[in-house]
Design a protein around this ligand. Sequence first.
Ligand code: PHE
Length: 345
Amino acid sequence: MLSEKELEGISEQFKKEIEKIDSEKTLNEIFNRYLGKKGEITCFFGLIKDLPPKDKQKFGAKLNTLKKDFLEILEKESEKIKEKFNSEKLEKESFDVSAPGHKITKGHLHPVTLVRREVEQIFRGMGFESIEGPEVETEWYNFDSLNVPKDHPARDMWDTFWIKDNNGQKNLLRTHTSPVQVRYMEKHLPPIKIIVPGRAYRHEATDASHEFQFHQVEGLMIDENINVANLKAILLNFFRKFFKKDVEIRLRPSFFPFTEPSFEIDISCMVCEGKGCSACKKTGWVELGGAGIVHPNVLKASGLNPKLWQGFAFGMGMDRLVMMKYKINHIKWFNSSDLRFLKQF
Ligand code: PHE
């Protein structure tokens, strides 16, 4: 039955239950119990129609106020729960601003790249531009244009990786950076001052100082009167800057088909400073590459008149430079991806 007492009772009961609300779930339960489809207040509304007319309006108004109050109270509770939830979330997410940060491990450049950049910088200081050329070369640029014709015994100096022919054109992985001399001279008139850092490949057995894939740096200087004295001066200047020491160099007579005269470039051993040790096989000297005065046939093959122009070329093992600079005892480390090695640079 709908009576004042009943309504008071329900109001009391509601207030007690409100205190138990501690989550969205209990809040919804209470809402349903009183105001849901089958909730107590909702049911009371259903009873109004059976009341005598004089009570209808009175109870209707009372129930409406009660419903409004309940809704207001529940609304407030819902706000409280949201606030509580947010502050708990914040607490969980909070962090200590004074804690030291996580260190992000950064990568760094490979020693060969470091040396390449340094070499480029030193030569740039002497007016040389750094040029690149293709690693897949044609037989013409790698050999013929460099005065090494087919079937000439000089080809045996390079253990070559031949690869697929292209329209009757023989291709290979370049055995040295020298072909870039011709490629450059074809397109540029002297004065020429370039270096060519890059990879080269030879099909040979590996040991402490040989890999089938390695790095070289080529040098080329062409003008009207460039001679061996210029070559020596440029090399000496380079080595002294590179090693930051009074390095001595030695040009030993040698043979390359594309230079005449030709030399091997030796530098005094960096490990023992020329006294003789295991790194230099007790000679006090270490071989770093080849050099010479560019052969007239190479100038001709590049479209330059050898009567007008002359100059020097050299080719050094970049990996050897790295090994000497950092005193590395085996070339295998360069491509090993071994972090114990790499982290030292
Ligand atoms: N290209 C020669 C080699 O790889 C080195 C060299 C370069 C010699 C330029 C003379 C002049 O063996």
